[in-house]
Design a protein around this ligand. Structure first.
Ligand SMILES: NC(=O)c1ccc[n+]([C@@H]2O[C@H](COP(=O)([O-])OP(=O)(O)OC[C@H]3O[C@@H](n4cnc5c(N)ncnc54)[C@H](OP(=O)(O)O)[C@@H]3O)[C@@H](O)[C@H]2O)c1
Length: 330
């Protein structure tokens, strides 16, 4: 079988030469053996393969380690007493390899809730959690989604609309993506990064201010969102793309200066999102499946074919080359 390994820690954004696709024996030992069908290429990997020394959400990888990430595959063998059987579809976090040996307790059996197994890799649970828990949207309210063309943002606009938002505005670095977000993915208007980095720019698209913000970007865009926030606005802090994908540094810290007087005066709520709760994931998956089957939502993604394409897929994701999520079909 083949797997993708880290060759060298990257200074700045990783490049395909930081990785290699190697032949290795199929793993043996405790756990279920899974033949992977598809895995997720996600921006947080930049933090795990970089040469910085800041805190990371998952353990940093060393040269020689196989990469990790969410994957969906079919169980080919299972020890006695395992909760999955050969033929079952499972999700787990040991992607980037053709076969994974997944210990008991570190996989989830999938019951066909979603019409396409790859849709289990959609990072929509972060958007759903933000819009129902950390910054719940009420019918008719105005929602701003920064980083609207990413995996999270391209679902957040659609989810906000389905939850009854009035006006939904996004931000992106690409005019072509802006057009598609409006035509296909539920946005009323989309601002450029430059417009989104100034309060006046945001207010051009939302003259009455914003009630709910799903912030995937941080930095200047978060500061402008606070400036455009209405009384009692709620801001869900989901990601930090402006720092995480900056060409310099290691992406592991995301400082921003906010005017606390403004936050207090408008009683703005700021809450971090960490969409790891299994119950929340279950609720999202159920609703996502219903919306997909009813044709009310789309899973925007680009699918690369073959594990050998994975280093290029990561490079193109980090360069902003795609709208929505990026996945690799093994
Ligand atoms: N809290 C949680 O539970 C949770 C869960 C999942 C993800 N996240 C985080 O949420 C954020 C979004 O995730 P995602 O999967 O949607 O990301 P993604 O799909 O990988 O986003 C990639 C997009 O980011 C944009 N981008 C690149 N550099 C940027 C910059 N300097 N400033 C602003 N945007 C930039 C580009 O889009 P444009 O060309 O449109 O600018 C690029 O296509 C990430 O920080 C991720 O780690 C958090």
């Amino acid at each position: 079988m083949r797997e993708v390994r880290l060759v060298s820690r990257a200074a700045g954004l990783p490049r395909p030469e930081n990785f290699e696709v190697v032949d290795v024996p199929v793993p043996e030992g405790d756990g279920v053996l899974v033949r992977n069908l598809v895995f997720h290429v996600f921006p947080g990997l930049r933090l795990l393969v970089g040469d910085g020394d800041g805190a990371t959400p998952l353990p940093r990888l060393s040269p020689g380690d196989a990469l990790v990430g969410a994957a969906v595959g079919e169980v080919v063998s299972a020890p006695d007493g395992a909760s999955a059987q050969p033929g079952d579809l499972v999700s787990h976090f040991l992607g980037w390899r053709e076969y994974s040996l997944v210990p008991e307790g570190r996989y989830v059996r999938l019951d066909g809730e979603l019409p396409d197994p790859a849709a289990h890799l959609a990072p929509g649970v972060a958007a759903y959690s933000a819009l129902t828990r950390e910054a719940p949207v009420r019918p008719g309210e105005t929602v701003l989604v920064t980083g609207a063309a990413g995996g999270v943002g391209s679902l957040a606009g659609q989810v906000a609309r389905l939850l009854g938002a009035g006006r939904v505005v996004g931000t992106t670095g690409s005019p072509r993506k802006a057009e598609r977000l409006v035509a296909e993915f539920g946005y009323d208007a989309v601002l450029s990064r430059e417009e989104a980095s100034a309060v006046e720019g945001v207010l051009k698209a939302v003259p009455d201010g914003v009630d709910v913000v799903v912030d995937n970007v941080g930095g200047e865009q978060l500061r402008a969102a606070v400036g455009a926030a209405n009384q009692d606005a709620r801001i869900a802090l989901v990601g930090t793309l402006s720092s995480q994908l900056a060409p310099d540094g290691s992406g592991t810290s995301a400082p921003v200066e906010l005017d606390l007087f403004e936050l207090i005066r408008k009683r703005v709520g700021l809450r971090g999102v960490l969409a790891l709760d299994p119950e929340m994931r279950g609720e999202w998956t159920r609703r996502f499946g219903e919306w997909l089957r009813a044709g009310e939502i789309a899973f925007p993604h680009t699918r690369f074919q073959g594990i050998e394409s994975a280093p290029r897929a990561l490079h193109e994701l980090l360069a902003g080359g795609h709208l929505g999520s990026v996945v690799v079909a093994v």
